[in-house]
Design a protein around this ligand. Structure first.
Ligand code: G6P
Length: 612
């Protein structure tokens, strides 16, 4: 989704803004632009559709636009096609206000009509240009007071926004405001920055202020000040970001995705180490202490995309160990459900970015019911992390590739810890079993490392199936949840249509699509369900499917049925999802490479989906 950056300080702004936009590319975009104010206070705007390189070339890497104050933007089109004129920054028709925006202004049509009647004109199809003209209108109406203009505009907008704003009459100040779209302020040695996420400005500062909903910020070369919507001062203390700025470099790798796949043993280990102390799981840091656990009877787990698939794994694993009732739901559906949550319920939201609009809304919906909310989040200080009652951070570090891999694996690690701890505190597993699980967990990073070694075999397999138009993933129980994630990985980056099914469900419709050569990926890691799934694999095989088997060899006959077998190491079945997913991630990656697609930035997708 759209990315925002702004800077005021000693450096030349344009190269810094372009560097920030480079870091924001991973969020997904189709056009980019910058506005910089020179020493004569003139504002130059350069923007273009297409890749950032076009903007970089157009400005000679920022050298053609001089000035130490500016704003920049990567746009992921919502209102209006990707084009130069629809790109940000947008300038009000009187030239007084320049704006970059992330979010959606739902009442833009109504506001646009009012502004037209007042003589304002428009050149683009965007909702952002409406905001620029609203700001200009309220600026004029409030005696050229920028703060009053911003507050008046914020109060009249329905929807979500993070704004970076420059006023012609106020040189050397960048204004910022937000409601429901992410925005942070960074305190660098030579000035101040605003950005959609910390990752964009990590090279300049680790000292970050978080802007809350309906707050404004003003950055100058020498300081930052914050105001609430009534324009009263708000005091804030900066947080120190733990991430290393180098951790988001691609290094020697061709793509971020393969780098992040290979980082999985490390991030799983770091995540486990954070919550296992002296051979015991300690989740107290998240407020989820033992007495709290004893009072919980029902759990709802919510997320979007891969985070939802992680929720599915959690459902199976918590139910397997505790017999508690667990419901999972896609956050965009849960937020509109008419559901009464009992006080003994707990809601868990899972999100890498901590900013996904639907997951945030689902969290708020759960909080309205007064139940305890727990977030499993990767990005420190993100909206979900700040709003949930408790947080368990995954220690995956910055994840750049749009298709998540390492953050998903770190989420699974946290899920195992929650399931085991719930079972232990509720006396559903013995002390001995508890210890044996923790022992197995300590081996998990090494098992994942072993799985990654199957790369060469997967590479050949990927070439063999890269010409396919469809693929079907099947599994039973928790293997079905793994199949869903494996299927999503393939379709999102290689554009091969793929679907995941509960193995037993295939014959209720989808089996009619199976013909000679159809690719079916069968996952069998759960001993007690293995024979059942094998029967389903035999059903597709006998209809001509080309079967790729992923298994921990819990059933010998599997290798006789499958055309190709990919073996994963043995572990307790409980932890098998963390291993079975590795060859599926690698398969998606190498198919994408074989097809020559853009691995890290697949078309139409955004890393962080901050609009509904
Ligand atoms: C996007 C990403 C997915 C991610 C989903 C949820 O669709 O491309 O990889 O799983 O959003 O994101 P979150 O940050 O909430 O985990």
């Amino acid at each position: 989704m759209c990315g925002i950056i702004g800077y005021v300080g000693d450096r030349q702004a344009a190269p810094l803004l372009l560097e920030g936009l480079d870091k924001l590319q991973y969020r997904g975009y189709d056009s980019a632009g910058i506005a910089v104010r020179d020493d004569q206070k003139q504002i130059s705007v350069v923007k273009t559709s297409g890749k950032l390189e076009v903007l970089v070339a157009k400005t000679d890497s920022g050298r053609t636009i001089r000035g130490r104050c500016g704003i920049g933007h990567t746009r992921w089109a919502t209102h209006g096609e990707p084009s130069g004129v629809n790109s940000h920054p947008h300038v009000s028709c009187d030239g007084k206000v320049v704006v970059v925006h992330n979010g959606i202004i739902e009442n833009y049509a109504e506001q646009k009509e009012k502004l037209k009647q007042r003589g304002f004109t428009f050149v683009s199809a965007t909702d952002t240009e409406v905001a620029a003209n609203m700001l200009a209108y309220y600026y004029r109406k409030n005696g050229n007071d920028p703060q009053k203009a911003i507050a008046a505009t914020m109060l009249r907008i329905k929807g979500s926004f993070a704004f970076g704003i420059m006023f012609e009459d106020y040189p050397d100040i960048v204004f910022a405001a937000r409601n429901d779209s992410p925005l942070v302020v960074g305190d660098a040695n030579d000035g101040y920055l605003i950005a959609s996420d910390t990752h964009a400005i990590l090279a300049y500062t680790k000292k970050i202020y978080y802007l809350n909903n309906m707050e404004l910020a003003m950055i100058t070369r020498d300081g930052v000040s914050f105001l609430n919507i009534d324009l009263e001062p708000v005091s804030k203390v900066p947080s120190e970001i733990a991430w290393d700025s180098n951790s988001s470099d691609k290094g020697e790798y061709d793509h971020y995705m393969i780098k992040e796949i290979e980082e999985q043993p490390k991030v799983v280990q770091q995540t486990l180490e954070r919550y296992i102390q002296n051979g015991k799981i300690d989740l107290g840091i998240s407020q989820l202490n033992d007495s709290h656990i004893k009072g919980i009877n029902r759990i709802y787990i919510l997320g979007c995309g891969s985070a939802y698939h992680a929720a599915q794994i959690a459902k199976y694993q918590i139910e397997n160990l505790t017999s508690m009732s667990v419901e999972t739901e896609i956050a965009s559906e849960f937020r509109y459900r008419n559901i009464r949550l009992e006080p003994s319920s707990m809601v868990i939201v899972i999100s890498q970015s901590g900013e996904t609009a639907d997951t945030l809304a689902a969290l708020r919906r759960a909080k309205e019911s007064g139940v305890f909310s727990l977030a499993i989040v990767n990005v420190q200080g993100s909206a979900i992390a700040r709003e949930a009652d408790g947080v368990l951070y995954t220690c995956a570090g910055p994840e750049i590739s749009v298709a998540t891999t390492k953050a998903y694996s770190a989420q699974l690690a946290v899920i195992y810890l929650i399931a085991i701890q719930l079972a232990y505190v509720k006396n559903m597993i013995s002390e001995q079993k508890y210890k044996s699980y923790i022992g197995e967990l300590s081996e998990l990073p090494e098992r994942i490392r072993e799985c990654i070694k199957c790369s060469e075999k997967i590479k050949d397999l990927a070439v063999a199936i890269s010409g396919s138009h469809h693929a079907f993933y099947i599994g039973r129980g928790v293997d079905c949840a793994v199949a869903m994630e494996g299927s999503l990985k393939l379709k999102e980056i290689s554009y091969i249509h793929s679907e995941a099914y509960a193995a037993g469900e295939l014959k209720h419709g989808t089996i009619s699509l199976i013909e000679n050569g159809s690719v079916v990926i069968g996952i069998i890691t759960q001993r007690r369900l293995a024979e059942k799934t094998l029967s389903n694999i035999q059903e597709v095989k006998s209809r001509g499917a080309y079967v790729i088997g992923i298994s921990n060899n819990c059933l010998e006959q599997m290798s006789e049925v499958a055309d190709v077998m990919v073996s994963i190491p043995s572990t307790d079945d409980f932890f098998a999802p963390s291993l079975a997913i590795i060859p599926l991630q690698l398969l998606a990656y190498y198919v994408c490479v074989a097809k020559g697609m853009d691995v890290d930035k697949p078309r139409n997708l955004a890393k962080s989906v901050t609009v509904e």
